[in-house]
Design a binder for this molecule. Structure first.
Ligand code: ATP
Length: 253
C-alpha cells in the first residue's frame, strides 16, 4: 500500500514498483509541479484527483519520461530512472493511456495496435495485436477500419488496448472517461476492475473523483502542483470537504 495506517502516503518504501521523490516540473517560466512525492506498490491502484490545471497530467508525463523534471527523482523497483527516455521506461514496463486518447485516426484499428507494440519483436507484435483484437470485441469488428470512425468509447478501448500491447506492469491512465457517456464510462471502470483483478498496477487520473476513489486503494489530491491530501482511497472518499471545496463538487456523478 502507498498509504500507511495513519493514511499518510509513504514514499520510496521497499517493494514499491514506482516511487516519485520531490518532483518539480516547469513549462518555461510556468512551474506546474512543486515537489510532488508518491509511491505505488505492485498490484496497487492509485487515484490522482484534483481540479483542472492542478498538475495531474504533468505528473504522469514526468513518470513516463515525456516531461523531464527540473528536480526530484523517479524510481522503478528502487532504481533511479530519472534520466531514462520514455521508450526505455516503456521497455521497463510502464505504459500511458493519454488524455484525449490520441489514437491515430487515419490508421486502421489494427495498425494502431501495432504502433503500440513498437518495442516488441515483429512476430510478437502481430501475435499480441491478435490477442487484443480477440479480447476487445469492438476492435475485432472494426479491425480493418480507420480508427477515426470509432465512437468515443470504442476509441478509448483502442487507446487502452494499444497501451496494453507491450504487457506493461504499470499502467498510467489520464482521464480515461473524459467526454464519455455515463454508461460507457461505467464500461471503462469495469475494464479497470478487470485489469486490477489480473494484477496490473495502476495510476488513474479521473474527473469523477468518487468513482475513481471507489476503485482505488490509495489516493492523492493534487492542487496547484502540490499534494494537498493523501491516504487510503476510502479515507479521501469520506472527506466531504474535499469534494466541496477542492474539487468544486466535480466528484458528483
Ligand atoms: P487538466 O485536468 O486540465 O488536464 P491537470 O491537473 O492534468 O489538468 P496539467 O495539465 O498537468 O494539469 O497542468 C498543470 C499546469 O501546467 C497548468 O497550470 C497548465 O496550464 C500548465 N501546463 C500544462 N501543460 C503546459 C504546456 N505545454 N505549456 C505551458 N503550460 C502548461
Amino acid at each position: 500500500m502507498a498509504a500507511d495506517s495513519n493514511g499518510v502516503a509513504r514514499t520510496g518504501g521497499d517493494g514499491d514498483l514506482l516511487s516519485v521523490e520531490s518532483i518539480e516540473v516547469s513549462y518555461g517560466p510556468i512551474r506546474a509541479l512543486f515537489g510532488i512525492s508518491l509511491s505505488v506498490g505492485s498490484g496497487e491502484m492509485v487515484a490522482l484527483i484534483g481540479p483542472n490545471g492542478a498538475g495531474k497530467s504533468s505528473l504522469l508525463h514526468a513518470i513516463i519520461g515525456l516531461r523531464r523534471p527540473s528536480r526530484g527523482r523517479v524510481r522503478w523497483r528502487g532504481q533511479d530512472i530519472t534520466g531514462l527516455s520514455t521508450q526505455q521506461r516503456i521497455r521497463l514496463g510502464m505504459a500511458l493511456v493519454p488524455e484525449h486518447r490520441r489514437i491515430l485516426a487515419t490508421l486502421t484499428v489494427e495498425e494502431n495496435l501495432l504502433v503500440g507494440g513498437m518495442i516488441l519483436p515483429r512476430r510478437m507484435r502481430q501475435t499480441q495485436a491478435d490477442r487484443m483484437i480477440e479480447r476487445f470485441e469492438v476492435l475485432k469488428r472494426k479491425r480493418s477500419q480507420p480508427a477515426g470512425v470509432l465512437s468515443g468509447g470504442e476509441a478509448q478501448q483502442l487507446a487502452i488496448a494499444r497501451a496494453l500491447m507491450p504487457s506493461p506492469a504499470l499502467l498510467l491512465m489520464d482521464e480515461p472517461t473524459l467526454g464519455l457517456a455515463p454508461l460507457v464510462a461505467t464500461q471503462v471502470f469495469a475494464l479497470i476492475d478487470e485489469l486490477r483483478a489480473a494484477g496490473m498496477t495502476l495510476i488513474v487520473v479521473d474527473q469523477n473523483a468518487r468513482r475513481v476513489l471507489n476503485a482505488a486503494d490509495s489516493a492523492y489530491l493534487v492542487r496547484t502542483g502540490r499534494i494537498a491530501q493523501s491516504g487510503s482511497a476510502d479515507e479521501l472518499a469520506a472527506r466531504e470537504d474535499i469534494f466541496g471545496s477542492f474539487l468544486g463538487g466535480s466528484g458528483d456523478d
